[in-house]
Design a protein around this ligand. Structure first.
Ligand code: GLA
Length: 386
């Protein structure tokens, strides 16, 4: 759905739910990560881009301190709470935890928030590893910005609050990548993020190169527990080496280690992935698609063999696409892992060949065809004007 169509949907629902017109409409995009997986919480580098799939919120400031929310994509589920009461976990409405968690973080930052009515919709596929939840949290922060409630809060701070909400309220110990690129993405560019300093550098996507996402239709099960487990292994490795984070570990230190073999492989993924990600930013900047393709292939192998976060169906999907591209473009799993999507960077004229090969040759374990979509690198969160 186009952003204009999402906006119309959110605004129309607002009028019928709240009996008045919304005061503003905002969006926050999902993201696809080109390379740099599980490096963010290790203080390392990532290279995602925001995509043209977003969460859209129509909103109006209230005179009191109530927040009322209607989630159009969850069968019109509603949530309502008071800013002057402790914010409790919602019962049986997972989406509402993202909204409440974000509001709790805004309150914890001593911001004087007004009440707000919101209708929420979006077209970021859920459970696909494209950060629908981060885009929801960043959209909620952006909604409060749109009514002037966060005068001194910049997009990076919104992203940090969204991350804290996910860590503390929702319970997934994610890094900063998803929220930061949703808040700060740039149209036509990927964002090289140094996840320690939070410096970002926009890297233009080469002309004529398409970003293709294929959803394996393997929904990511038990993601949070696997994810937190990988993070714990990385932290154990960092402690073993006496470094603040795996970002600080060198390949030479790794080679001469007495660490147990499993934790060593986890650490090796992070160390090699950090190096690949920085080299990938250079390759992309130069428009060197074959260097980028080689790095993406290495990244996938490292996620498969060392970090062990790919599932067989995702590996098959990567092989099908890699076979068609034959080195003329790159392909790898993207996101937290254990199902979800793969991303390919390829000459735009090869998109049709990839789509038809995926359609002919790939089925999920349940017999489903992959969903393929070509996306545009897009701008980060902000008001929808006009
Ligand atoms: C999820 C997390 C991110 C990042 C990726 C893996 O998307 O939310 O912080 O760790 O997994 O790269």
């Amino acid at each position: 759905m186009s952003q204009a169509a999402l906006r119309i949907r959110a605004e129309a629902a607002f009028a019928s739910a709240f009996g008045t017109t919304p005061q503003a409409c905002v969006q926050a995009p999902g993201r696809v990560n080109l390379i740099g997986e599980h490096t963010d919480y290790n203080g390392g580098f990532v290279l995602p881009c925001a995509i043209d799939r977003a969460t859209v919120i129509a909103l109006r400031r209230r005179r009191d301190r109530r927040v009322r929310v209607l989630a159009l994509d969850c069968e019109g589920a509603r949530d309502e709470f008071d800013l002057d009461q402790p914010i409790a976990h919602p019962q049986g409405q997972p989406w509402a935890a993202y909204v409440r968690g974000m509001v709790q973080q805004l309150l914890a930052s001593d911001l004087a928030l007004p009440g707000l009515d919101m209708t929420i919709t979006g077209d970021v596929p859920q459970g696909a590893g494209l950060s629908s939840s981060a885009s929801l949290q960043v959209a909620v922060g952006t909604a409060f910005r749109a009514v002037g409630a966060l005068p001194r809060v910049d997009p990076t701070q919104v992203a940090l609050m969204a991350q804290r909400a996910e860590n503390g309220f929702v319970g997934c110990r994610c890094g900063i990548m998803d929220q930061l690129v949703s808040a700060r993405g740039q149209a036509g560019h990927a964002l090289l993020i140094d996840c320690r300093s939070l410096d970002t550098c926009a890297v233009p996507l080469p002309h004529g190169v398409a970003v293709l996402i294929a959803h394996s239709m393997v929904r990511r099960g038990l993601v949070d527990s696997h994810y937190n487990e990988r993070r714990a292994a990385c932290e154990a490795a960092a402690r073993h080496f006496g470094v603040a984070a795996l970002r600080d570990l060198t390949a030479a230190q790794l080679a001469s280690s007495t660490l147990d073999p499993l934790t060593l492989r986890r650490a090796r993924h992070v160390v090699t992935e950090n190096d690949r990600t920085q080299r990938a930013a250079v390759a992309l900047e130069r428009g060197d698609l074959s260097a980028m393709a080689a790095l993406m292939a290495e990244s996938h192998a490292s996620m498969r063999d060392d970090f062990e976060i790919t599932v067989p169906a995702v590996n098959r999907l990567v092989n099908v696409i890699g076979h068609v591209l034959g080195g003329q473009g790159g392909c790898r799993m993207t996101g937290g892992g254990f199902g979800g999507c793969v991303v390919a960077l390829l000459p735009a004229e090869r998109v049709g060949a990839v789509e038809s090969a995926v359609h002919r040759l790939y089925r999920s374990p349940e017999g489903l065809a992959a969903k393929v979509f070509v996306c545009r690198a897009s701008a980060g969160a902000g008001p929808l004007n006009g």
